[in-house]
Design a protein around this ligand. Sequence first.
Ligand code: SF4
Length: 182
Amino acid sequence: MLMELDNEEVVIVKWTEEAQAELQKIPAFVRDMAVKAVESEVTARGDDTVTAEDLRRSREKYIAFAEDKPGQKKKTRIAVVRCETVSEVCPGVACMAAFNRRQQYFKSYGDEAEIIGFFTCGGCPGRRVSRLMDSLKKHKLDVVHLSSCMGLSDNYIPCPHYEEIRKSIENKGIKVVDGTHH
Ligand code: SF4
């Protein structure tokens, strides 16, 4: 594979057969991350060949935290979609607090839940939601919360594209919950 270094020199990184076989054992959704991590390590030390041992070390150092452990109970994986316009004045503290304390619209989750995505719609009409759903599905996303700022009409103008955004998520087989913190 090609690896571009800081000084713009391009190095062709080779992989041993064992390393290629080891790569197939890494879950598909983190495989690209693993390739980047190990090739960076190998080229940084002045080598040009990835071995199985290099890959095992990089996996442990950079990737293992994101993988499910054998026998581990599956967590409910949540993403929050927010309004791009409102995000200019709101850093999302209340959404995160509601999740961290399992309050308001996150009340029903126990400890086995985690937020794996927290992002804005990308601007009207919610242009990046669908693409990010495809990406998050690879990370086993279960449910999307549409943030409270998208649906309320007291402080902000309610989102005119709410229903389209909701459908674009549901059409991908992902559950939608209306609201985060109020
Ligand atoms: S599409 Fe809705 S949520 Fe996104 S910026 Fe426009 S109003 Fe806000």
